[in-house]
Write a protein that binds this ligand. Structure first.
Ligand code: FAD
Length: 317
């Protein structure tokens, strides 16, 4: 089923979460254990992130450094197929521009279509750690909207080779990312919203937001979206804090602010176990208020660890 069909006028707020593929060479069992612990809350979909290749430097026997590329968390497509097969719940693979030619993207979309996976979250991807700005793959896409157009074309039966006769159209439902506190590269929120609207006008079915810790940011964002004619469902993304380290890591990596009240509570904690309690409480309070505002779904960033999301879900779903 298409995610957008779940999101249109649900009787009550739905539950969903995001997981990461295991690190290369690790067992998938840990990921299944995480999902197992969250299935009783009836998720309508499970997102699986995509991770692009990174440069790593390895020392050769002669002492010189050799640059290699490696994907540290491969397996998104296979994991999505396994989730569909094992749990019968809709998997949503993330699809990124970075590191892929259009041809490779087309092949990935064909694989997903054959596997019966009909939902995608279409993203640009971040710059690789060794680069300051995002560099598109030669023959690939620069912005998420371009990748989205490729998917929309395939949904119309238009593949890269235009001469394919009677090409079978795919039927992907497409989600895109939105940033209540603006994307870090955007010069201002208005311009970021303009490009978000472009993604919706070109065929995005719904939006999932970057994490936020102050609901007013989400409410303002939705209001601004509606004011410029973005009328698709906007799913809030939430993350329970789990460690003191995240006080500095989350703003640095995700470019979002943590409210002073939350920061003070975390600073009082003497262990990460206490931080987890504060994080769960804060996330439950955020979730309750969002539910009162009848958001279609609450989407949790689990980082593949079930414990905190489970406590939040126990209180709500
Ligand atoms: P875009 O929509 O392309 O926007 C990027 C920037 O360019 C913005 O500043 C925007 O305002 C601007 N812009 C957009 N279109 C244009 C245009 N046509 N002309 C000029 N400027 C434009 N990353 C991963 O690598 N893997 C994942 O699995 C992953 N999952 C994510 C899930 C969610 C819910 C979110 C919110 C983010 C996720 N990310 C993931 C991170 C994401 O890839 C980064 O935030 C990335 O920097 C931007 O992606 P985007 O799709 O929002 O890009």
């Amino acid at each position: 089923m298409k995610i957008v069909d779940y999101l249109r006028n649900p009787e009550k707020t739905l539950f969903s979460f995001e997981v990461l593929p295991p690190m290369k060479g690790q067992s998938i069992q840990e990921l299944f254990d995480t999902i197992d612990q969250l299935m009783e809350f009836g998720p309508k979909f499970v997102n699986v992130t995509y991770h692009r290749e990174e440069f790593v430097y390895k020392k050769r026997p002669d002492g010189l450094l050799e640059r290699k590329t490696t994907r540290k968390r491969p397996g998104t497509v296979g994991i999505c197929a396994a989730i569909l097969h094992r749990y019968g719940v809709e998997p949503v693979p993330h699809l990124i521009c970075g590191g892929f030619t259009k041809e490779e993207t087309e092949n990935a979309l064909i694989d997903l279509h054959y596997l019966g996976i009909h939902n995608l979250l279409v993203l640009r991807g971040d710059p690789i750690p060794t680069e300051k700005v995002f560099t598109p793959e030669p023959g690939g896409h620069r912005y998420a909207v371009e990748l989205l157009e490729q998917v929309v074309n395939m949904n119309r039966g238009i593949y890269l080779e235009e001469e394919i006769e009677n090409a079978v159209p795919t039927d992907f439902c497409i989600g895109v990312a939105g940033y209540p506190e603006k994307h870090y590269e955007a010069p201002n929120l208005q311009s970021d919203l303009r490009y978000l609207k472009m993604k919706v006008d070109k065929g995005a079915d719904y939006i999932v937001t970057q994490m936020f810790f102050d609901n007013r940011k989400y409410f303002d964002f939705v209001e601004k979206c509606r004011a410029i004619g973005i009328n698709v469902p906007i799913v809030p993304g939430l993350k329970p804090l789990t460690s003191k380290r995240q006080l500095t890591m989350i703003p640095r990596v995700f470019h979002v602010e943590l409210p002073e009240e939350l920061v003070k509570e975390v600073e009082k904690c003497s262990s990460d176990e206490q931080v987890k309690e504060v994080g769960v409480e804060w996330c439950i309070a955020q979730s309750k208020e969002l539910m009162q505002h009848k958001v279609p779904c609450l989407h949790y960033y689990s980082m593949s660890k079930a414990a905190s999301v489970r406590k939040v879900a126990e209180a709500l779903f």
